[in-house]
Write a protein that binds this ligand. Structure first.
Ligand code: GDP
Ligand code: IMO
Ligand code: MG
Length: 427
């Protein structure tokens, strides 16, 4: 049995979906455990692109049990849309999916509150959220007034919690000119969706524990990235869940001793969508080159992603926080054609060299760069380290050294085939 976590190591969109799809070939179960449909995980199989926001990226592999665990926040409309799409393409017939009865439900007022915050109308800082209601849903969860999937099938419980929650938010919404939704309307809206997902609802803790007891190969699919973690990211410009590897245990209901391998998904450069500090950001032709060549536009919102040089200060710290056992380097092909590459190896804050990621002032640090030569050869058909141009190989060697972690997989294009595995964490 091996349990492998796949964790985004930057600000999301590192290529987790693609790597999960590759590793799921050897998995028997794939579990998502935090976040919600703020995620957009893209898979390209034989040239065909599929984007999942909620359903685990293992769903396209036969005989893989997919689990949506308790730590998620679920927008039922999005889940049903994904189910319908999978059903129409026949995938659902052979698929196994379970949904935790304890996952929280995203409700209409969460979407309203997310929008108000982004319009600077709620007292909280706008962060460039995905407007999917994620933050407000987690707020209700932590405030102990959230609705869980299992509540949907207990009418009295549902009515009473929902009335209390809406009462809590009513003054805030009405003061800002919004109409607070009525409990009966919300219930009427969500009941058909609740009915549709009911066959999948289970005690996923017991289900995952049985898989562990049966020595199954289990893949844990993280969403977002460590720099968006509510505790360890660039607060307040973060998402509202823990995204680090340790969050898998809490979100699933599983002991940390069960996780054997943690694969950090590391883009060969850095991107970020939304607001917040980004020391190596490039507002120049090199940044635009990465955006164009890497198609760096959000899979969830379509927003252009901010692009910049690889930041080894962040990657190294993230490997420590995650306990990464290996890195999967993605999008190396995007750097092809750049004459000279920079890797950030340190920061200066107010003229002084610092050896930390500062809690305050990250937006004003000056990166200290190490320059590396680029390469011109097309590497999208390369399938081994030996075939890589010498400068591309040297770039990877430098990442291993600076991030203090070996590489298990290299991705050189969006397609499933455009990958080479150096060390399969399941084997
Ligand atoms: P995720 O959220 O971490 O799953 O990443 P996204 O799917 O949001 O963004 C990654 C994008 O890069 C997707 O469009 C992928 O198809 C694409 N992609 C993944 N790996 C590679 C790669 O090695 N090279 C290139 N060119 N594109 C890649
Ligand atoms: P995947 O799983 C990139 C960012 C948003 C915003 C901040 C808070 O595809 O890597 P939220 O809607 O979560 O309250 O927004 O977090 N964000 C992501 N950025 N990839 C993601 O997911 C993201 N999920 C949230 O842009 O800055
Ligand atoms: Mg994404």
């Amino acid at each position: 049995m091996t349990v492998v976590g796949v964790i985004g190591s930057q600000w999301g969109d590192e290529g987790k979906g693609k790597v999960v799809d590759i590793l799921a070939e050897d998995a028997e179960m794939v579990v998502r455990y935090q976040g919600g449909n703020n995620a957009g995980h893209t898979l390209v199989v034989n040239g065909k692109k599929v984007i999942f926001h909620l359903i685990p990226s293992g769903i396209l592999r036969d005989d893989v049990e997919c689990v949506l665990a308790s730590g998620l926040v679920i927008d039922l409309r999005v889940l049903v849309e994904e189910l319908d799409t999978l059903q129409a393409s026949g995938v659902l017939d052979n698929a196994s999916l379970t949904l935790s009865e304890k996952a929280h439900v995203i409700l209409p007022h969460h979407l309203m509150l997310d929008k108000l915050r982004e319009q600077s109308k709620s007292g909280s800082v706008p962060v460039g959220s995905t407007l999917r209601g994620i933050g407000p849903c987690y707020e209700d969860k932590i405030g102990r007034r959230g609705i869980r999937i299992g509540d949907l099938y207990k009418p009295e419980i549902l009515q009473s919690i929902l009335e209390g929650t809406l009462e809590y938010w009513r003054p805030m919404l009405e003061q800002r000119g919004e109409t607070c939704p009525k409990a009966d309307d919300v219930i009427a809206q969500i009941m058909p969706l609740a009915k549709r997902v009911r066959p999948y609802v289970k005690d996923t803790v017991g289900f995952v524990q049985s898989a562990l007891k049966a020595n199954k190969q289990v893949l844990l699919e993280g969403a977002q990235g460590v720099m968006l973690d509510i505790d360890h990211g660039t607060y307040p410009f973060v998402t509202s869940s823990n995204t680090i590897s340790g969050a898998a245990c809490a979100g699933i209901g599983m002991g940390p001793t069960k996780v054997d391998e943690v694969v950090a998904i590391v883009k060969a450069y850095v991107t970020r969508v939304g607001d917040g500090p980004f020391p190596t950001e490039l507002n120049d032709a090199n940044g635009q080159y990465m955006r164009d060549k890497g198609h760096e536009y959000g899979s969830t919102t379509g927003r252009p992603r901010r692009c910049g040089w690889f930041d080894a200060v962040i990657a190294k710290r993230v490997n420590e926080i995650n306990g990464s056992t290996a890195m999967a380097i993605t999008k190396l092909d995007v750097l092809t054609g750049l004459k000279e590459l920079q890797i950030c190896i340190g920061y200066k804050l107010d003229g002084e060299e610092i050896d930390t990621i500062p809690m305050h002032g990250l937006e004003r640090v000056e990166p200290i760069y190490k320059s590396m030569p680029g390469w011109d050869e097309d590497i999208s058909n390369v399938r081994s380290l030996a075939e890589l141009p010498v400068h591309a190989k040297a770039y990877l060697d430098e990442l291993v050294r600076l991030c203090d972690c070996p590489i298990c997989l290299v991705s050189v294009g969006p397609d499933r085939d455009q990958t080479f595995v150096l060390n399969n964490p399941f084997k």
